[in-house]
Design a protein around this ligand. Structure first.
Ligand code: NOJ
Length: 512
């Protein structure tokens, strides 16, 4: 029972523009989230990660922060934030806010000052290099634009670095004043009572001072997916110390966007860097049993065995095509995938709307707004079947997701066979089965040939054991006997497992 809360917790990501409007507007806001917290309680998740709501010119929809200590009027104000935090805590939900420490908006007062003159005291808060306007300092590629990660500042005659848009200049973490400034931001939110941070681009903040070219074999890859330097680890240790000094097990969950689980694992440090790290290679794995076995074994080997750390699992978020769409669109697969997310060893992070089985919205050209082409997964959550889907406006900032007339919270809540109820049953099973939260883990080898598409594993502790089997292939024999606790198609729950698992189906079994 001494595992920290974040090892037992299921996290729920809310993208505030798209969740709910409390003010009958086309974009969501903090009041809308507060009004819909009962959905999270009913569903049975434990913690919320809230994507940025800070003042922002919205070049990257809030990941370009122009004031770290306030709320953009689009979303509300600091009072509405405090109300939301209190409401979360009133419902026993933890709340993480998004910390964006790698870069700011170019409209942030820090960058305005830095850009104003080479002699400005804040000049060195960002990464500037001499040169000539035709040759950037190195070959680093920016995310989203695919162009250089350097922009020439005409007025002051130097280049500045931006791993993302030119409107998102990178902070210079080699400058202790920057470290102090971001620590101040962290204290501001911790003092308000947040339970921790999801840290944006956590692996990106330290830069190799020599700024070496990226290798030729990664040509075209954004440097943000390659930056992996020793400098960052010391900086993360500083953040960890700060957070650990607060009472109540505050958490740092880092976005380490490196495409190798082995490298991701290093950001847990010696128990003194990130408490939790996203691990994206599984998110990019297709619906293929061999590939998933490999991802699962990688997480065990590198994160658990090598670093004695706690994995996380994520299938969808605001940056990627939703997993139901990626896996081919069938609801059966989306249902079976929930058993991966909620059954593997580690902390799951669910993206709002996946419990509805949402697919990406089709975005007509004239409604595309994101420079990174990520609009489809950011479609607004449909709360009801009426034309406004509970938003009070007929058209939200992005088109509704497919079939919103029937695939919405109200309709799925009324249907006990829906995917929404499946998520709820799985979450309840996880809550009442400690083996699923913190139990030991062993992957079961498939009954080869008979079941090449089956990914199966066992979880156990002193209170008991469970087996999870997910079938990514054809109907197959699974060599387990016992009672079905939850089935992805809802068939046979509470009954003995028949031995054959259909393709694109999953089961949670209490073995005999
Ligand atoms: C990762 C965030 O999840 C993404 O939405 C953002 O565009 C980049 N970091 C840059 O902040």
């Amino acid at each position: 029972m001494d595992a920290p809360w974040w090892q037992r917790a299921v996290f729920y990501q809310i993208y505030p523009r798209s969740f709910a409007s409390g003010r009958r507007r086309a974009t969501g806001d903090l009041a809308g989230i507060e009004q819909h917290l009962d959905h999270l309680g009913w569903l049975g998740v434990d913690a919320v990660w809230l994507s940025p709501f800070y003042p922002s010119p919205m070049a990257d929809f809030g990941y370009d922060v122009s004031d770290h200590r306030d709320v953009d009027p689009l979303f509300g104000d600091l009072d509405s934030f405090d109300r939301l935090l209190a409401a979360c805590h009133g419902q026993n939900l933890k709340l993480l806010v998004d910390l964006v420490p790698n870069h700011t908006s170019d409209q942030h007062p820090w960058f305005r000052a830095a850009r104003s003159s080479r002699d400005d005291p804040q000049r060195d808060w960002y990464v500037w290099r001499d040169g000539t306007p035709d040759t950037p300092p190195n070959n680093w590629v920016a995310a989203f634009t695919g162009g250089s990660a350097w922009t020439w500042d005409e007025a002051t005659g130097q280049w500045y670095l931006h791993l993302f848009l030119p409107e998102q200049p990178d902070l210079n973490w080699a400058n202790p004043e920057v470290v102090e400034a971001v620590h101040g931001v962290m204290r501001f939110w911790l003092d308000r009572g947040v339970d921790g941070f999801r840290i944006d681009v956590a692996h990106g903040i330290g830069k190799d001072p020599a700024l070496p070219d990226d290798p030729a074999e990664s040509a075209g890859m954004p440097h943000s997916a390659l930056n992996d330097t020793t400098e960052t680890h010391e900086l993360l240790r500083g953040m960890r110390k700060l957070v650990d000094a607060y009472p109540g097990d505050r958490l740092i969950l880092g976005e380490v966007f490196l495409l190798s689980t082995e490298r991701v694992a290093t950001y847990y440090g010696d128990g003194d860097e990130l408490h939790l790290s996203f691990n994206f290679p599984p998110l990019f794995a297709p619906w293929d049993a061999g590939r998933w076995r490999h991802q699962i074994d990688d997480a065990s080997r590198h994160i658990v065995d090598r670093y004695n750390a706690w994995p996380t699992w994520v299938l969808s978020n605001h940056d990627n095509v939703r997993h139901r769409t990626r896996y081919g669109g069938s609801e059966a697969r989306a249902r079976a995938a929930a058993f991966l997310l909620l059954g593997l060893a580690g902390s799951p992070v669910l993206y709002a709307g996946e419990e509805l089985g949402l697919e990406d919205a089709a975005i007509p050209d004239d409604r595309r707004v994101d420079p990174g082409g990520r609009d489809g997964c950011r479609a607004p959550i449909p709360w009801g079947g009426a034309p406004d889907h509970g938003w009070g406006v007929d058209e939200a900032w992005l088109p509704w997701p497919p079939d919103a007339d029937s695939r919405n919270v109200a309709a799925l809540r009324d249907d006990p066979d829906s995917i929404l109820h499946l998520y709820r049953r799985l979450l309840a099973a996880r809550r009442s089965t400690t083996a699923l939260q913190t139990g030991a883990f062993a992957r079961l080898e498939p009954v080869e040939r008979a079941a090449p598409g089956v990914v199966a594993w066992r979880r156990w502790d002193d209170a008991g054991a469970v087996v999870v089997a997910v079938n990514m292939g054809e109907d197959a024999l699974v060599g387990v006997e016992g009672t079905v606790l939850v089935a992805s198609d809802g068939v046979g729950e509470g009954e003995p497992f028949g031995g054959v698992l259909g393709g694109d189906r999953a089961v949670l079994i209490v073995p005999r």
